[in-house]
Each structure stands twice: as structure tokens, then as C-alpha cells.
Design a binder for this molecule. Structure first.
Ligand SMILES: Cc1cc2nc3c(=O)[nH]c(=O)nc-3n(C[C@H](O)[C@H](O)[C@H](O)COP(=O)(O)OP(=O)(O)OC[C@H]3O[C@@H](n4cnc5c(N)ncnc54)[C@H](O)[C@@H]3O)c2cc1C
Length: 565
């Protein structure tokens, strides 16, 4: 007789991912004009139902699939064809049809275009295995082509990047990183040469190119004879394939064997005379591609928060279905507290992110309240903070499943592997923290300080007074710390950036609750509750140390520790 356990654990379930998302509801209700909110809701309901139903099922069925590179035809021709996974093949049409890029450019939505676009993306991203990555780069490319003043390229590519059907829709890659550097591209080795017939051609090796199947790409190359350093790099437009679908003097050397994001084909490319068009002159390409980075960092933050939300939704569902010591996990005070703290981190990160998106929409539409200096300061900070929160929250989410969280066919380990990338690409934590220092050097911390103070001053509800005290004290301490550590600003940049991030997150979360009049009463109470929890139990400032660690010797300081000399 075989003896089998009689108990079979029920897996976590996802329902409609829009309906169950109290924070997204609260933000949109507070932010969007009533008519727009009413008009947008049915579409969000639809995306939410697919995200928690059909797409989630497809994602689970697709779990073991990966993109495949075939370099040679059976008859010896070099073809370098990438076959995407079934989920990814379909995700392109869904993204186009729901306007996941186009909505951000919908003039009819005015300053709310970005909020609407990212609300849809928020629901889409966690069920489509990082298809948000090509969308982020596509969004960035659309912004660049819209603003660069190159009418021919804009006419050629923009309608495709903003198309709302899968057949017409193009995605864009962003090929910056070379072996010599991703954070520091100033010594990039790709060269641009001009043919006798005037055609520019690129020669070089691009070391990380995600979404290698995209129909266009923006890339950096140094026009032959150009200046050294980043000043001599120009921004080029490339269409990797010709009209017959053949790669244009590009070899795909290999697909990266990555820790996570394994559906995303990230390739190493050899450019061997690839035809290209300069986008905006023959130098200052790094400045020209900066709008792409601002947008990909924004997408990174939305991805971080929406993946935290996915992890929490799964963990909460599991807690309602799994029991230990005679009670459901959700009834055990310590497990409840664990989930409640994760929710507080998620909510604070999300409030900061949504506030950044509101600001982006205002800036792009010349709104009278737009604050470009604030946005310049907050974009790197919110990217780095949300990425780090996503890694910490997702790690804890896995623990909420016990052993099941460590087992591949639950789909949970993939969550953790995937989020790890969020702190690396589009600027590592340190690189973004240094970006913050550059912004402070130009504008000081005043734009941020004033904006945060203005929010706090608007909280009239007495419930918020204790939270306001915490926020003001933290705000003042951050500014004071920065001034005290000015001489060692580089060494303290990461701590400073995290502190700016956390204060912003606290203030924006409270600010959402303080706008109670726009929220249903139960929503306002929930925001207040989670804001209190964040302030009391999660909020902390990193220590700023005026030392600069120059004495740190590392493992050996060039010598063996055992060395007698
Ligand atoms: C999955 C994946 C997909 C990618 N897709 C693309 C893509 O599509 N296009 C593209 O262009 N790139 C892409 N990248 C590359 C990515 O953007 C770079 O890896 C990233 O910018 C870091 O650059 P690096 O690898 O050269 O690291 P390095 O710059 O060598 O950094 C190494 C370490 O040094 C630290 N560091 C660097 N400079 C400083 C400093 N001044 N002070 C203090 N610390 C510092 C960094 O924080 C990091 O910890 C991708 C990467 C991954 C992992």
C-alpha cells in the first residue's frame, strides 16, 4: 500500500488585479478628474481581469520557455534569428492595443496622460515577464524623436512607436553599454564612418542590448575623428533589419545567460557597417539620449512597485489558504505583522512613484504647477529607492511561502531573480546617487525641500500632525546631514539618496491620505493607517558618516594579509 499525504495545499490565487488594488484606486481617484476616472475604469477592469486570469495562466504555462537564438540556417547561411517565447510573442499586441506607450502621448489626456498610461502598465507588467523593458525603451525613443527636431526620422518612426495595433507597432532598443563601460560610456569604442554616398555606418560591439528583436534602436557611436570622451559621441538611429527582415550588417554573437529576466532576449551585437542616421548632430549624444534614461528610470520604478504588489497579492492569498499551528496564516499576529510591514514599504514606494509620474505629465504639458528641477532630482532617487525596496520586499515575500517560495515550479523564485536587475540596469544605486549630487550641485536641495514642505503645510487633518512632525524632522535632518558631510559628499551619496527617497515616500503617502476629500472614506482611512505604520515602524534614515573610508584597505591593499613585509 502506498502511503500518500491526504493534504494537498491550495496554491495562491489572483483575482482581478485592478479590483483588488486599493492603492491604485486611491491614487487614481485622488488624481484624475472625475470624468476621466469614470471613462478609464472599464479598461482598467479589463486589463486587471486579464492580468490576474488569462495572462497569469499563460505566464505560468510559459515558465520554462526562453528565447532561442539560431545563428545558422541548415544550409550554412548566417541568419541570427531570435525566437521569442509564446507569451512574449503575444505581449506585443496587447501592449499596442492597450496603448501602453501611445497613451502617454495622447494629447487629449493632457497632463494626466502619464498617469493613465502607467496605470495600465502597472497592471500589465507583472503578468508579462518584463515585456515592460522594451516598452520603456520604446517610450524613451518616442520622446527623443518627438523632441529632437529631426523631422524625417520622426515622420518615419513615431507613428510606429505610438501605433495601437500589434502589426503596426514597433519597439525600440537602446544600445549604450559596451564592454568598456555601462555606467561610464565616455570611452565607447563604436565608430561611425561615412560612405562616399553619404551613408553613416557603425562599427563596434554592443555588450548588452535588451529587446534584441526590436524594429529600431537608438545607439551611441563616435563619428570618426570626433572628440574624445562623451562629448565626441553622437546619437544614432538604427533599423536592425532590412525590408526583407535580414539583419543589416549585424551579428548576434550570443544571448546573455542571465540570473533573471530570462524571457527578455539580451544580446551581444557586433556592428560591422550597420547603416545608421544621426538623430541630432554629430556630438553630445549622451545628452541627446538622456530623455530615454529619464523614462526608462520611470518605468523601472513602476515595474519595481507593480512587482512588489504582485508578490504581496500572492502572499496575502496564500496566507488566507495555508494554516499552521491550527490557524490560517492570516490569523497569526506575527505573520499579519510581517505582511503589514511589507505593505507599508510597498505603499510608500508607490506613492513616491505615482507623484513622480504626475510631475512628468505636468512637465510634458507645460502645466502651471510643473517643477522640472524637482523632477530632475527625484527621478534617479525614486528609481534607486524603489529598486532596492522591490528586492527586499520580494525576498521577504518568498519567505512568506516557506519552502514553497524556494521551489521553482511555484513560479515564486523567478520573482526574486527578476527584481534583482532593477537596481543594476538604467543606473546602479551608486551611479544614480552620484547623479543626485550633480543635481544638488546645480540647484541645491531647495526645490525638494520647498516641495515637501508645501505638501506638509497642506495637511489640515489633525490625524496627520504626528506624521507631519516625523516628516519635518527627517526633512531638516537630511538637509543638515548633507551640509555637514559636504566634504565627503561622494562617499555619503548613497545614504543621502536613500534618505531623500524615504522622506519623499513618507510625505507623498501622507499627502495622498491628506487629500481625503477626494477619496472614499474607507480608502482615506486605509491610506492613513498604512502611512502611520510606515512612519512608526518602517521609516528610518541612513547614518551619514563624515569619514570617507579612504583608509579602507579591502582584502589586501595590494599585499597579502599574511605578508611579513
Ligand atoms: C539584464 C540586463 C539588460 C541590460 N540591457 C541593456 C540594454 O538594453 N542597453 C544597454 O545599453 N545596457 C543594458 N544593460 C547594461 C546595464 O545598463 C549596465 O550593466 C549598467 O549600466 C552598469 O554598467 P556596467 O555593467 O558597466 O557596470 P560598472 O559601471 O562597471 O559598475 C560596476 C560597479 O561599480 C559601481 N560604480 C561605477 N561607477 C561608480 C562611481 N563613479 N562611484 C561609485 N561606484 C561606481 C557600480 O555601482 C557597480 O556597483 C543591461 C544590463 C542587464 C543586467
Amino acid at each position: 500500500m502506498r502511503s500518500e499525504p491526504s493534504f494537498i495545499q491550495l496554491p495562491p490565487e489572483l483575482g482581478n488585479q485592478f479590483e483588488s488594488d486599493w492603492l491604485l484606486h486611491a491614487w487614481l481617484e485622488a488624481e484624475l478628474p472625475e470624468a476621466l476616472w469614470r471613462a478609464e475604469r472599464p479598461l482598467l477592469e479589463e486589463i486587471g481581469a486579464r492580468a490576474g486570469g488569462e495572462w497569469y495562466a499563460l505566464q505560468q504555462a510559459d515558465r520554462l520557455n526562453e528565447p532561442r537564438l539560431t545563428q545558422w540556417s541548415p544550409w550554412g547561411a548566417r541568419i541570427d534569428h531570435i525566437e521569442l517565447t509564446p507569451l512574449w510573442q503575444r505581449a506585443k499586441s496587447w501592449a499596442a492595443e492597450y496603448g501602453l506607450v501611445a497613451a502617454g502621448y495622447d494629447a487629449g489626456l493632457a497632463e494626466h496622460a502619464r498617469t493613465v498610461q502607467f496605470a495600465r502598465a502597472w497592471l500589465f507588467i507583472p503578468s508579462t515577464d518584463f515585456y515592460g523593458c522594451p516598452l520603456a525603451m520604446t517610450d524613451g525613443a518616442a520622446r527623443v524623436l518627438q523632441d529632437a527636431g529631426n523631422a524625417a526620422l520622426a515622420a518615419r518612426a513615431l507613428p510606429k512607436l505610438l501605433a495601437r495595433s500589434g502589426d503596426a507597432f514597433w519597439t525600440s532598443g537602446q544600445w549604450m553599454t559596451e564592454t568598456i563601460g555601462g555606467s561610464d560610456v565616455s570611452r565607447s569604442e563604436t565608430v561611425a564612418r561615412r560612405d562616399d554616398d553619404g551613408q553613416w555606418r557603425l562599427h563596434g560591439r554592443k555588450w548588452f542590448t535588451s529587446a534584441a528583436t526590436s524594429e529600431m534602436a537608438l545607439t551611441l557611436a563616435r563619428p570618426e575623428g570626433g572628440a574624445d570622451g562623451s562629448r565626441g559621441l553622437a546619437l544614432f538611429y538604427v533599423e536592425p533589419h532590412d525590408a526583407d527582415g535580414r539583419l543589416q550588417q549585424i551579428e548576434i554573437l550570443r544571448l546573455k545567460d542571465k540570473l533573471g529576466t530570462r524571457k527578455l532576449p539580451t544580446a551581444e551585437l557586433l556592428l560591422d557597417g550597420t547603416p545608421a542616421e544621426p538623430v541630432a548632430g554629430l556630438e553630445r549624444g549622451v545628452a541627446a539620449i538622456a530623455p530615454v534614461l529619464n523614462l526608462t528610470r520611470t518605468w523601472n520604478a513602476i515595474t519595481a512597485c507593480s512587482l512588489m504588489r504582485r508578490g504581496l497579492a500572492l502572499a496575502e492569498s496564500y496566507a488566507r489558504r495555508r494554516s499552521a499551528f491550527g490557524r490560517l496564516l492570516i490569523e497569526l499576529p506575527l505573520h499579519r505583522r510581517t505582511l503589514a510591514l511589507l505593505e507599508a514599504d510597498f505603499a510608500a514606494a508607490s506613492a513616491a512613484t505615482w507623484a513622480m509620474i504626475r510631475e512628468l505629465g505636468r512637465i510634458e504639458h507645460g502645466h502651471r504647477q510643473a517643477q522640472p528641477k524637482l523632477q530632475r532630482l527625484l527621478t534617479p532617487v525614486i528609481k534607486l529607492g524603489t529598486a532596492r525596496d522591490a528586492i527586499a520586499v520580494t525576498s521577504e515575500v518568498l519567505e512568506c511561502f516557506g519552502g514553497a517560495g524556494y521551489v521553482e515550479d511555484t513560479g515564486l523564485p523567478q520573482l526574486l531573480r527578476d527584481v534583482q536587475v532593477l537596481s543594476i540596469w538604467e543606473g546602479t544605486t551608486n551611479v544614480l546617487a552620484l547623479d543626485l549630487l550633480r543635481v544638488i550641485e546645480a540647484d541645491g536641495l531647495a526645490p525638494w525641500h520647498e516641495a515637501m514642505q508645501a505638501r506638509i503645510a497642506g495637511w489640515t487633518d489633525p490625524e496627520f500632525s504626528a506624521l507631519a512632525e516625523t516628516a519635518i524632522a527627517a526633512l531638516d535632518q537630511t538637509v543638515g546631514d548633507f551640509e555637514r558631510a559636504a566634504a565627503t559628499a561622494q562617499a555619503n551619496a548613497r545614504a543621502l539618496a536613500l534618505n531623500v527617497y524615504r522622506v519623499t515616500a513618507l510625505v507623498e503617502l501622507c499627502d495622498l491620505g491628506a487629500r481625503g476629500s477626494r477619496l472614499e472614506q474607507s480608502q482615506a482611512a486605509r491610506v492613513l493607517d498604512v502611512a502611520r505604520r510606515y512612519a512608526r515602524l518602517r521609516f528610518r534614515l541612513e547614518p551619514i558618516d563624515p569619514g570617507d573610508d579612504e583608509s579602507w584597505a579591502g582584502e589586501s591593499n595590494g599585499k597579502s594579509w599574511n605578508s611579513k613585509s
